[in-house]
Design a protein around this ligand. Structure first.
Ligand SMILES: Cc1cc2nc3c(=O)[nH]c(=O)nc-3n(C[C@H](O)[C@H](O)[C@H](O)COP(=O)(O)OP(=O)(O)OC[C@H]3O[C@@H](n4cnc5c(N)ncnc54)[C@H](O)[C@@H]3O)c2cc1C
Length: 401
């Protein structure tokens, strides 16, 4: 028997759940069903990220990322306060370690100001030591508006809220969507065990967003490839060397922010993540492999163009992924007195990177329209911070609220 619902949302990560919550808040009578393939919510990017509340300092002014990060940060803090979710606006520093990085640091400050950050300040070496005594930078940008939170906890609370606002709405786990067909304006979605139908469909499939969109017949020229990020963690004795968040000046040629130190809301300090091409989209181990994912990635011209353009970076990342010494060297640029005994291997996450056929990473958020359906094709960092704003924007585009 087909289960009928007003709105079907595929993906129980933070973007799918924030979207469901926005739609539920906009229309409390709406019966929403969220389908998540894993036995629990927030299993992939949402549950494997750095847990940083991004301030919006880096993003191109006027871009969706810039606008939604600023709005989403304020909404996320409000949501956390309302639901007693632990968070800490501990601030962060972006640290220049050589003269050549100073112009870029000033440029980030300008970008931040244009994005509405009002508390930014440039620190010289002495001021920097007051904020982060062990940091070895020559100057830094202090960003007091950045913070930390546990996004898995946020996602679980969002799910609870959806079902509280409308008891007929359901957030279902263990429901892997295998096919989507649309007939006479109605979507029919089959999972391994059940069939669902709805007039409206929103797909927030994270690492599988491209396949799900193609599965519904949409033309998607890009492809998603996975980039694993490994973390180390500081031993309890070394944790006093980091007070908050310490980031490097990012290389504008790459879509990642660089290996950084992150104080965690549950305690402890992590350092990472690196960025290594992975042969399995949801592969968290260094040697994980999946034939379909590998064929998909290596059979795509965009991947080879990316490799060709960034082969030096790629090789360095591979070396660093297997070499603690190399990882430590990168960390010592920010914290010179860190020793090998201070760090131990931690967890990993995999980022969904949307690649164009020319090998460019699509950096801004991207939502595709299908027949009575929307697909979130690209929701990279800071999409966890921005999730409530992204959810609201999708809700409006879907015609609710
Ligand atoms: C290492 C790392 C560090 C990051 N750090 C930060 C940070 O500090 N701050 C920040 O704001 N952002 C950060 N991000 C980015 C942020 O985590 C993501 O942008 C965000 O979690 C994306 O959420 P999502 O819901 O789109 O994806 P996901 O969390 O990946 O959720 C997608 C869901 O769809 C489900 N799904 C897929 N296919 C199907 C199917 N066929 N049927 C049913 N369900 C399906 C998946 O199981 C998954 O649960 C980081 C990401 C990574 C990987």
């Amino acid at each position: 028997m087909q289960k009928t619902t007003d709105l079907l949302i595929i993906g129980g990560g933070i973007v799918g759940l924030a979207t469901a919550l926005a739609c539920q808040r906009a229309d409390a009578s709406l019966k929403i069903t969220v389908l998540e393939k894993e036995p629990s919510l927030a299993t992939h990017q949402t549950g494997h990220n750095s847990g940083v509340l991004h301030s919006g300092v880096y993003y191109t002014p006027g871009s969706l990322k810039a606008r939604m990060c600023r709005k989403g940060l304020a909404q996320m803090i409000e949501f956390a306060r309302e639901h007693d979710i632990p968070h800490d606006i501990c601030g962060k520093i972006i640290t220049a370690t050589e003269e050549a990085e100073l112009p870029r640091l000033r440029q980030i400050m300008e970008t931040g100001k244009q994005n509405g950050l009002s508390q930014l300040s440039l620190l010289d070496r002495e001021d920097l030591k007051e904020v982060e005594p062990h940091c070895g930078g020559i100057a830094a940008l202090h960003v007091p508006e950045a913070g930390i939170i546990d996004y898995r906890q946020v996602a679980l609370k969002m799910a609870e809220e959806i079902e509280r606002l409308q008891p007929r709405s359901r957030v279902l786990t263990g429901q892997e969507v295998r096919s989507i067909t649309t007939e006479a304006g109605t979507h029919h979605v089959h999972t391994g065990t059940d069939k669902f139908q709805a007039a409206k469909l929103i797909v927030c499939g994270g690492l599988f967003a491209d396949r799900l969109a193609r599965g519904q017949g949409l033309n998607v020229p890009e492809r998603i490839v996975g980039f694993r990020g490994d973390y180390y963690e500081l031993t309890p004795q070394a944790q006093a060397k980091v007070r908050g968040l310490i980031y490097p000046v990012p290389d504008p040629a790459f879509p990642f922010l660089g290996v950084h130190f992150t104080k965690m809301i549950a305690g402890g300090v992590e350092c990472g993540p690196n960025a290594v091409f992975t042969f399995k989209r949801e592969g968290y181990g260094k040697t994980d492999f999946n034939l379909a994912d590998t064929r998909d990635a290596l059979g795509y011209a965009g991947t080879w163009k990316l490799f060709a353009n960034h082969w030096r970076f790629g090789l360095k990342e591979y070396h660093r992924a297997f070499s603690k010494r190399q990882f430590l060297r990168t960390l010592q640029r920010l914290l010179p007195d860190l020793t090998a005994a201070d760090i131990r291997p931690g967890r990993s996450g995999v980022r969904a990177v949307l690649l164009s056929p020319e090998g460019d990473t699509r950096s801004d958020f991207r939502i595709l329209e299908g027949e009575n359906s929307l697909h979130v094709l690209n929701a990279p960092s800071p999409a966890a911070t921005a999730s409530l704003a992204i959810g609201e924007a999708i809700c409006l585009r879907a015609g609710f609220g």
